[in-house]
Design a protein around this ligand. Structure first.
Ligand code: ZN
Ligand code: ZN
Length: 197
């Protein structure tokens, strides 16, 4: 675990308790799914329910990366993640117990403050005291979550290319999600000129 914590902290400002939770959750997922981690292939997909510190720990422990298309974020603002074995479709969702925040003190008796108690305690507290976990099934098939790599389509409205099977059919037309009304941004008019004071 020390190696993984170092790898996580290298991507971060320093080591913090949530990174430890991410590393521990990833290690537990490997145990429960009986997969050797960190993986060098794409068999495991991690779906994190938050971004931030937790995910850096997850990445270090699992070898799942956004760039490899093995890590996704469903931002529910929860320190939790589901881990999916794409071969067997077995999936487990793991999240920390609230009680572990205080329980961490028992595993870091010389800690000087709460933050340090969590940082050290989370590294030593047993899985059963640190996490809840449950076997789950995905509401969207894993094939659909991943999409079809190499597939290309062209949006009939904006003309932009759509990869990985993210196109949708809207009133019989092949369109991108933005043109289907599911956009996170919209165009605005900027009235200022580059020479304006
Ligand atoms: Zn942090
Ligand atoms: Zn479009």
């Amino acid at each position: 675990m020390d190696e993984l914590l170092k790898a996580s902290a290298a991507q971060h400002h320093n080591l913090c308790p949530r990174q430890v939770l991410g590393v521990r959750a990833g290690l537990l997922a490997g145990l429960l799914l009986d997969l050797p981690l960190p993986q060098s292939d794409k068999r495991l997909i991690a779906i994190s329910e938050t971004d931030g510190c937790f995910i850096d720990g997850l990445i270090a422990a699992t070898g799942c990366y956004v760039g490899r298309r093995t890590l996704r974020i469903e931002d529910y603002g929860k320190t939790a993640a589901a881990f999916v074995d794409t071969l067997t479709e077995r999936a487990v969702r793991i999240h920390p117990k609230i009680s572990a925040r205080d329980g961490a003190w028992d595993y870091a008796p010389s800690a000087r403050n709460k933050w340090e108690a969590q940082l050290i305690g989370y590294q030593h507290i047993p899985d059963e005291l640190l996490f809840h976990w449950q076997w789950v099934e995905l509401t969207i098939p894993v094939k659909q979550i991943v999409g079809q790599a190499g597939r290309r389509a062209e949006c009939e409205i904006c003309g932009e290319e759509i990869i990985n099977q993210r196109e949708v059919i809207c009133e019989g037309a092949v369109v991108c999600r933005s043109c289907a009304g599911d956009s996170y941004c919209r165009s605005i008019q900027i009235a200022t000129s580059p020479h304006a004071a």
